[in-house]
Design a protein around this ligand. Structure first.
Ligand SMILES: Cc1ncc(C[n+]2csc(CCOP(=O)(O)OP(=O)(O)O)c2C)c(N)n1
Ligand SMILES: [Mg+2]
Length: 495
């Protein structure tokens, strides 16, 4: 497929590589995000005489994926949203690493998906390609619900001694077993890396079919462009990931002389100032919108019957929210954001890690970094939440340091804001003091970036107000310094 090292994580625009997973279940959340983006963009751009967005999202998963919580959160949301163009193909081989699935996974998957408002099609024999084809067709025809195609397969099919065993999952079959398996398939037993002619022919056929589909789409887009030039330009901007001209023109100026403002309130103002000028901005919160201030006032909700909406109700599903946001961005055309309390970022950490690895400029709105979050669990050091995020390549963040007796915005000399990030500073270059947003709005905070990275931040996180409480105990005025992370707001990564 032209990918130099397909085993490596990251996407880098390689052909055929649409996301990076590794942690099981993430891909399902990514797929749900892609299907959300597809249905939203279809509602936003399609015209009765020209459908420029009209595709299915296919995702293949195994037993392991379906055991993962993140997948079930995403499946639940997809069922609620009735994402009819999402098709999940389940390789039901009943084997994972430790053995047969009946040691740990005995639920009725089909019933479970049905209960979560999915359309379920079962194929009893995965080697019956006609049956598989019919099932996929049924999935495509179902418009109102996502489809699960549950296909009973056999791991290492054709290997006389390893088929249906956990051994076949990761360990090499071994020379003799490979020979026996090739014999079963009628392939030359003594040749390695041999691709039988019918397979090559099938691949070529698929390439031609793909080119034809792409050419047909280009024709549709050409007439769309002629008939709807303004929308076509917006579409190109959106799928290219460009920020619209003047996306930031209404961002309010915050000044040190302003009355104290809670960070989350400032965050909400900024989001709402950007939203009208950046139509691709779309997101929500894991059931904390009133607290995170993530709601886009005046915009519709993204629901089953209102696909053009930009306010997503992720429900209390932080982990899936993370994976879904990545999938939405990877689909292209939307700039996703998602909010929760900083302390619950722990619930979405694997998704954040993968987004950082892929350098996706998704926007996390983590608020309520103060002792008052104790009602949602004992107060703990905010650094212990942030620190594991900090070394992720591509994750840019701001913190700030403040004296115990100086809450609120500091006005003192900037040497008090010398950057410090325990554990990570030696590897990083930190830019102290007053960082400016794209519009030159001064933001107190620290911008960390890797040596050699351009100074312009990949994202802005700023803290402005009441949640900026210093951490730890100290004697006010003693000169001892403590760390506090402000509520954090990451605006539009510019990676
Ligand atoms: C979150 C996470 N936990 C554990 C693993 C390690 N792991 C890799 S594959 C696998 C079992 C997968 O089983 P299944 O999805 O049924 O794949 P199959 O063996 O049938 O190919 C596990 C536990 C992982 N990749 N991700
Ligand atoms: Mg399996």
């Amino acid at each position: 497929m032209g990918i130099p090292d397909p085993g490596s994580p990251g996407i880098r625009g390689d052909p055929g590589r649409e996301t990076t997973t590794g942690p099981l279940g993430q891909g399902i959340a990514n797929a749900v995000g892609m299907a959300i983006a597809e249905s939203h963009l279809a509602a936003r751009f399609n015209k009765t005489d020209a459908s420029i967005i009209d595709h299915h999202t296919f995702c293949m998963c195994g037993d392991g994926d379906l055991m993962e919580g993140v997948a079930m959160e995403a499946v639940s949301l997809a069922g609620h949203l009735g994402l009819g163009k999402l098709i999940l193909i389940y390789d039901d081989n009943q084997i994972t690493i430790e053995g047969a699935t009946d040691i740990a996974f005995t639920e009725n998957v089909a019933d479970k998906f049905s209960a979560m408002n999915w359309h379920v099609v079962e194929v009893e024999n995965g080697n019956d390609l006609d049956a598989v084809e019919i099932a996929i067709q049924a999935g495509k025809e179902e418009q109102g619900r996502p489809s699960l195609i549950k296909i009973r397969t056999h791991i290492a099919y054709g290997s006389p001694n390893k088929q249906d065993t956990a051994d076949a999952h990761g360990a090499p079959l071994g020379e003799e077993e490979i020979r026996l398996t090739k014999k079963f398939y009628g392939m030359p037993e003594d040749q390695s890396f041999c691709v039988p002619e019918p397979v090559t022919a099938l691949v070529e056929e698929a390439v031609t079919a793909g080119e034809n589909v792409e050419n047909a789409w280009q024709d549709i887009f050409l007439s769309y462009k002629k008939a709807y030039p303004r929308e076509a330009a917006l579409f190109v901007d959106a799928v290219s990931g460009f920020l619209t001209k003047d996306w930031d023109k209404d961002i309010p100026d915050f000044s040190v002389s302003d009355a104290p403002t809670a960070t989350r309130a400032a965050s909400g103002k900024v989001l709402n100032a950007i939203a009208p000028n950046l139509p691709s901005l779309m997101g929500g919160s894991a059931d904390l919108a009133p607290s995170n201030k993530t709601y886009l006032n005046g915009a519709a909700e993204f629901q089953k019957n209102s696909r053009n909406g930009r306010n997503i109700r992720f429900g209390v599903r932080e982990h899936a929210m993370g994976g879904i946001m990545s999938g939405m961005y990877l689909h292209s055309g939307v700039r996703p954001y998602g909010g929760t309390f900083l302390v619950f970022a722990d619930y979405m950490r694997p998704a954040i890690r993968l987004a950082a690895l892929m350098k996706l400029p998704v926007i996390y709105v983590f608020t309520h970094d103060s002792v008052a979050v104790g009602e949602d669990g004992p107060p703990i050091s905010r650094w212990s939440i942030w620190r594991p995020c900090a070394p992720f390549p591509g994750f840019t963040w701001f913190g700030r340091r403040m004296p115990m007796n100086g809450p609120g915005l500091e006005t003192g000399p900037d040497h008090h804001q010398r950057p410090h990030c325990p554990g990570t500073e030696p590897a990083e270059t930190a830019h102290p003091g007053c960082v400016k947003t794209a519009r030159g709005v001064p933001v107190r905070g620290l911008h960390h970036s890797k040596p050699g990275q351009r100074r312009r931040p990949d994202s802005h996180c700023h803290g402005l107000g009441s949640p900026c409480q210093p951490e730890g105990r100290g004697n006010p005025g003693s000169g001892s310094w403590h760390y506090g992370i402000c509520g954090v707001y990451a605006v539009l990564g510019m990676v």
